[in-house]
Design a protein around this ligand. Structure first.
Ligand code: HPA
Length: 231
């Protein structure tokens, strides 16, 4: 047991999907995994272990924001020997070519959060995904509409600064709130990580996803995440 995860050692698989929403973890476990067993309900941050195509995998809610995902990923890496972690979640696009309903594989994850600067004592560390996971995910995702590039993990969903203008200028594809912390922890503990995202809204045009595309893209994202996880 760790502070925030009630699983016994061995109950969490070495390969894990990390949706932000714990109810999405439940939905993935019930719809994509064989014989899922729930190992965590502390703070209602549900976690399950089952199998996908015969391989043992887990799915664990991470919560929203860099501090929340940092807690779960730290404990998964240090107390449960997790080797591969793939975030699945939504993002807000900021470029013209990134459309609502598209998939984004986050090659790198910049941030305005202090966590990385604190981790490296002020150095501008560049958090990036694992190449093998990215390559495997892309092989599956290329049958959908997919972009590979930088995202930015923001501290504030309702940001009032001019960050958006700058990030757009530097060709950042989309905003979300967790990938950077995941990539930094993966680097520190020498684990493999990737964020597979669907564009749920466009931050500039304010276009948002309808219920039908939400369902379709969610399934695409889970398929890409699970296939990369077992690759
Ligand atoms: N900002 C941050 N995270 C997000 C957004 C956004 O606009 N949309 C979906 N996740």
């Amino acid at each position: 047991m760790s502070l925030h995860i009630a699983a016994k050692p061995g109950e969490v698989a070495e390969r894990i999907l990390l949706p932000g929403d714990p109810l999405r973890a439940k939905w993935v476990a019930e719809n994509f995994l064989t014989d899922p067993v729930q190992y965590n309900s502390v703070r209602n941050m549900f976690g399950y272990t089952g199998s996908y195509k015969g391989e043992r995998v887990s799915v664990q809610g991470s919560g929203m924001g860099l501090p929340s995902i940092s807690i779960y990923v730290h404990e998964l890496f240090t107390e449960y020997n997790v080797q591969r972690a793939i975030r699945i979640g939504t993002c807000g696009a900021i470029q013209d070519e990134t459309k609502v309903g598209d998939l984004i594989l986050a090659l790198s994850a910049s941030t305005d959060s202090a966590v990385n600067r604190r981790a490296t004592n002020g150095l501008d560390f560049a958090p990036h995904c694992d190449f093998h996971l990215l390559k495997s995910a892309y092989e599956v995702a290329k049958k959908f509409r997919v972009h590979v590039g930088g995202v930015s993990s923001m501290d504030q969903f309702y940001d009032t600064t001019d960050a958006l203008t700058k990030l757009r200028e530097y060709n950042v594809l989309a905003l979300e709130m967790e990938a950077s912390a995941l990539y930094t922890l993966a680097a520190r503990f020498k684990r493999q990580a990737l964020a597979v995202l669907t564009v749920s809204d466009h931050v500039i045009t304010h276009e948002a996803m309808d219920a039908t595309s939400r369902e379709r893209t969610l399934k695409e994202m889970v398929e890409v995440g699970l296939e990369a996880l077992i690759s």
